[in-house]
Structures are given as structure tokens and as C-alpha cells.
Design a protein around this ligand. Structure first.
Ligand SMILES: *[C@@H]1O[C@H](CO)[C@@H](O)[C@H](O)[C@H]1NC(C)=O
Ligand SMILES: *[C@@H]1O[C@H](CO)[C@@H](O)[C@H](O)[C@H]1NC(C)=O
Ligand SMILES: *[C@@H]1O[C@H](CO)[C@@H](O)[C@H](O)[C@H]1NC(C)=O
Ligand SMILES: *[C@@H]1O[C@H](CO)[C@@H](O)[C@H](O)[C@H]1NC(C)=O
Length: 207
């Protein structure tokens, strides 16, 4: 009887210990829902994020940290910051690594709710199916202060949908050199109401 009780107590203790190390502690003020992980001993380390000086970050393959702006655990989605465009040259801060690249084997990919705008593009892009017309939404961004270095460059807009790679937003010298992204855009809204960010989704964990 005593042996059974202590076994039961052990089982309960083990469960409690398991629960407390399952979720990662908050980073700064941000809760980290399971399976997202900021350390090898909590969450599922495949779902890697970084807690750097109380700021939660997602790292691209090239190592650029993208601060996490919001997390929606029910929808398995999170929104990361778009790298800034230089105020003087039409160039994104991650141009050196070719834009955003996510490891193909990671559980994260780029969701299909992102409207991506490319700037300072090579004319060869006009042969692509992207919308590079004079009333393309990217023109509205070129009028804003943040986009001013890209004003009057050739720009194009596309919805990041399932027909294209979901692990990459590509820019390069000689192609397009800057980009931005807006989540769930309403084409009638002015840029001041756009939700700038890159929305990622993660594969639910198989249990
Ligand atoms: C950490 O964040 C604080 C507050 O934002 C800042 O003052 C400090 O310089 C940062 N430290 C490092 C090492 O980045
Ligand atoms: C390009 O986008 C603009 C703004 O959304 C739209 O009015 C126009 O019809 C689009 N053009 C093409 C060729 O899709
Ligand atoms: C545009 O692309 C073509 C073909 O890749 C290349 O030969 C040309 O140098 C590029 N133009 C610029 C201005 O980079
Ligand atoms: C991205 O991941 C989601 C699951 O998180 C999956 O449903 C979707 O098909 C993936 N998209 C592509 C294009 O691979």
C-alpha cells in the first residue's frame, strides 16, 4: 500500500516536472507557446526561435535576426519584422544574403497571406507574371517615407501563394534589391494602415 502510494507520488512529480519544462519561459513580455523553443531544454528544439536580450527573434538561414512581432498559436502563425530599407539607397538590410531564406527542412514556411513588393528591379522582371504596372500596390509604398529611396524604381507586387516556393523571398544585386511585405492587405487601404511584416506558419507537431 505504502509502495503504491509513493509510486503514485513519483508519477505525479514526474508529470509536474515534465509540464514545467515543456513550455519555454516568456521572452521579455512575450509568451512562447509550445512547440516554439528558445532553448534545447524546453519546447521542441526543431521550432527554433532566439531570445536575445529579452527580444524574441527568428533567424534566417543567413543569420539575419528578425524580431517576432506577434504569435497566433491557434493558427500556428507568427509575424516577423521586415528588414529595413536603407533611407538613401534602395536596398534591404538583408540584400547581402539574398533576402529571406528559411531552411527547407525546418517546420516554418512563409504563409500565403503575404503581399510581397519588390523594388529597383531589373527590366527582365517584366517577363514574369508579377504585377509591375504603374498602378501596382508597390507604387503606393514608394510614395511613403520608408520607401522614398526606392521612388520611381521599377517595382512589382505579388501574393505569396502556394504556386511558389514558401521558403524564400529573393532579392539580389542585378535583380530586385529591396522588398517589403504586408500581411492580409486590403488594396483599398493607404500604406499607413498596412500591417507590415512577414507571416510564417509552422507545421503542427505530430504527437
Ligand atoms: C539590451 O536591451 C536594452 C534595452 O533595450 C539595451 O539598453 C541594451 O543595450 C541591450 N544590450 C545588448 C547587449 O544588446
Ligand atoms: C495590378 O494591381 C493593381 C492594384 O491592385 C490593379 O488595379 C491592376 O489591375 C493589377 N494589374 C494586373 C495586370 O494584374
Ligand atoms: C539585368 O539582367 C540582365 C540579365 O540577367 C543582366 O545582363 C543585366 O546586367 C541586368 N541589368 C542590371 C542593371 O543589373
Ligand atoms: C506551409 O506549411 C503548412 C503547414 O504549416 C502547409 O499546410 C503548407 O502546405 C505549406 N506550404 C507550402 C507551399 O509548402
Amino acid at each position: 500500500m505504502a509502495a503504491t502510494l509513493s509510486l503514485l507520488a513519483l508519477a505525479i512529480l514526474a508529470t509536474l516536472a515534465g509540464a514545467s519544462s515543456r513550455d519555454c519561459p516568456p521572452c521579455g513580455g512575450t509568451e512562447i507557446p509550445y512547440p516554439l523553443s528558445t532553448s534545447s531544454n524546453c519546447g521542441d528544439p526543431d521550432y527554433k526561435l532566439y531570445c536575445n536580450n529579452n527580444s524574441l527573434e527568428f533567424l534566417s538561414v543567413g543569420g539575419t535576426p528578425h524580431p517576432v512581432l506577434s504569435i497566433n498559436p491557434e493558427a500556428y502563425r507568427l509575424i516577423i519584422h521586415v528588414p529595413a530599407i536603407d533611407m538613401n539607397v534602395c536596398s534591404s538590410s538583408d540584400l547581402f544574403e539574398g533576402g529571406l531564406k528559411i531552411d527547407e527542412s525546418s517546420p516554418f514556411n512563409i504563409s500565403n497571406r503575404n503581399t510581397v513588393m519588390l523594388f529597383d528591379c531589373n527590366e527582365t522582371i517584366l517577363f514574369s507574371p508579377l504585377n509591375c504596372s504603374s498602378n501596382s500596390l508597390c507604387r503606393k509604398f514608394e510614395e511613403t517615407e520608408e520607401g522614398s529611396a526606392c521612388r520611381d524604381t521599377l517595382c512589382c507586387t505579388y501574393l505569396k501563394d502556394s504556386r511558389m516556393t514558401s521558403h524564400r523571398i529573393r532579392i539580389r544585386v542585378g535583380g530586385c534589391t529591396a522588398y517589403t511585405s504586408v500581411v492580409d492587405i486590403d488594396p483599398n487601404d493607404p500604406p499607413s494602415l498596412w500591417n507590415f511584416g512577414i507571416e510564417l506558419q509552422w507545421l503542427p507537431r505530430r504527437t
